[in-house]
Design a protein around this ligand. Sequence first.
Ligand SMILES: [Zn+2]
Length: 332
Amino acid sequence: MVAQPSVISECSKGSESVKTARSRDDELWFEDGTIIIIAQTTEFRVYKGHLARRTDVFKDMLSFPQPTRSAVSSEDDQKFPCPVVHVTDSARDWRIILRLMLSAEEQGLFSKSRPDPSFEVISACVRLGHKYQMNSIYGQAMDYLKGHFTDSLFIYKKTPTFMPPGFEHLKYAIGVVNLARLTEEDTILPTALWMCCRMGADIVSGFTYSDGERETLSSPDLGLCFVAKARLLQATTLAYMQTFADLPAGICALKDGDDRCRRALRELSDIKIVAAITMPNPMSIYKSTLPGADAPQLCKACATAITQRQVQRQRESWAKLPSLLGITVPGW
Ligand SMILES: [Zn+2]
């Protein structure tokens, strides 16, 4: 469903009392602009052509004759038709989008000057892009999210972190979950929810945008994370127990009676399990060596066997991730 912006029927000096509560945006108010967009208490005056080219919703709206157009007084008292569009979105999101549209180097959302967009930028692009069918902006922003919050184990293994460089803090995973829910882009949901499960108290308080608006997880998603965190910790602990369990007879290359590998395995499991059970990450790969030159070390054959176990466990954990989180993702 696409929300239609509304064009108000009258914008003249008669509405001055309403307008006093509003202010023109310092940057995005052009005296020769051909459309006024009002978001919250901010007025933007920009160009119809920019909007019509990039958003199907505005293109459709502006393609019809609009009897609702009326004269708007500019600073120098000139009058010319200028539609005024009220939107229900935040001024913050519209400022970001209009700035992108009017940018001289708008070849792409992520140009050299914007290599690592903030979550605030991505969020605006996804929210308004989705709502107003800004296909290019939405596509670029969603591709960026999918590139980080991946559904590919291969990509995860190359870059085992999901948070994009510009997002700065794990708490923005909350925003990614909400974007996934809004757009029904299921593939970014598991890793975003997983990141939420790694958060501390921030998972409840959420995060704050630059204009003071706070965003939190929905109550159902918050509950889901509490349950999922316990499941992930169980899976992590089980994975480590399985990884460092005694190896079957015949694998160790040491002579009979040499129990260095057995001792090393036991110490590995003791040391690693403490780290494992405090972090809900059944995907983690740990070194199969013990610190210290005099510590017992695994022989090459045993180390290889442990590595194979870890790779297998990682593959299984990745496949189980949605079910551990309590969600279903078609095709995962
Ligand atoms: Zn061995």
